[in-house]
Design a protein around this ligand. Sequence first.
Ligand code: PNS
Length: 160
Amino acid sequence: MVMVVYPGSFDPFTLGHLDVVRRAAALFDVVVVGVASNLAKSPLLPLEARAELAGIAVRDVPGVRVEVVPGLLAEFCRLRGADAVVKGLRGGGDYAAELPMALMNRHLGVETVFITADPVFSHISSSMVKEVARYGGPIDDLVPEAVARRVRAAVADRAG
Ligand code: PNS
């Protein structure tokens, strides 16, 4: 049985993330979506909400579950007995950002496998979704329905 962890901030979980999850699930027996903190970012949604929304988004994909990563990703992978980390790549910018993390995670004991994102989703990022939502733009075809509702509410909360 091959288990992989697909980590990210998922602030929020997008249709691009869902595409990577689906394709990872077709390759590996178990995919754990690991919702983690990125110390370089200050999230719109709390960790638990991000995990809940990721869980709703992947509930129909067999072999996939969602967990919060409470600390170091490599340690989480070791404790779960995961074989590798999976990440999605939309282009060179993603590769530049992901390579140092992949090298550090290998140093810490876990390899990374990259899945190339479907170009249909390459314009979608969590930060762009938040920006469009903050300006009142439509995000319904960028994220799952439950995510769109929660992002709109969080943005309205912050504005109010
Ligand atoms: O979606 P992101 O923000 O690019 O994901 C980055 C994330 C959350 C996967 C990364 O920051 C992470 O692994 N955080 C957990 C703590 C950790 O292990 N940091 C060292 C990474 S080399």
